[in-house]
Ligand binder design. Structure first.
Ligand code: GNR
Ligand code: NI
Length: 170
């Protein structure tokens, strides 16, 4: 198991569309374990493979609170099959845009079809924070980050703040 470095804006990798996975095998499962460890270490509630430099359609999510038992979820080749007309606003953050937050409106509920850790096909109906997180992560697979929904001016401000943060960290 390993904690992997996280890619941050404005890295051009974050704008790329990720490729489907063709086989759920032990090698892929070892990568899923590393993604989960990286997400917990950050800490975050979701992580897309592109955020650790792999352009593959893979997500890990765990929205369990600190007091709850861990509840890791693995999504391979996820597809959103339905979204509600009702919308919901969450103050979103992103490990690739560290320490920056913005209110983002998205469908309140969604259904998502995917392969699980064992390569079995699943479909779930998500609501609340899980639905928001799934949609945020799906965006990563399509080269989109939450600041892309903001004005060009605000997006520029966020990117500048992240660059400064990273400069000061080194
Ligand atoms: O840790 C995260 N928190 C979060 C909060 C609100 C909406 C989405 C998220 S996902 C984010 C981790 C991340 O960057 N995933 O891509
Ligand atoms: Ni993110």
């Amino acid at each position: 198991m390993a904690v992997l470095p996280i890619v941050t804006v404005p890295d051009p990798l974050l704008k790329k569309v990720s490729e489907p996975v063709d086989k759920v095998d032990d090698k892929l499962r070892a990568f899923l374990d590393d993604m989960l460890e990286t997400m917990y270490a950050a800490p975050g509630i979701g992580l897309a493979a592109v955020q650790v430099g792999h352009l593959k359609r893979i997500l890990v999510i765990d929205i369990a609170g600190e007091e709850e038992d861990p509840n890791p979820m693995y999504f391979i080749n996820p597809e959103i099959t339905w979204t509600s007309e009702d919308l919901n606003t969450y103050n979103e953050g992103c490990l690739s845009i560290p320490e920056q937050y913005a209110d983002i409106e998205r469908p309140k509920e969604c259904k998502v079809k995917f392969l699980d850790y064992d390569g079995a096909e699943q479909e779930i109906h998500a609501d609340g924070l899980l639905a928001t997180c799934i949609q945020h992560e799906m965006d990563h697979l399509n080269g989109v980050v939450f600041i892309d929904y903001l004005s060009k001016i605000k997006r520029g401000m966020y990117v500048r703040k992240v660059k400064k943060l990273i400069r000061e960290k080194d």
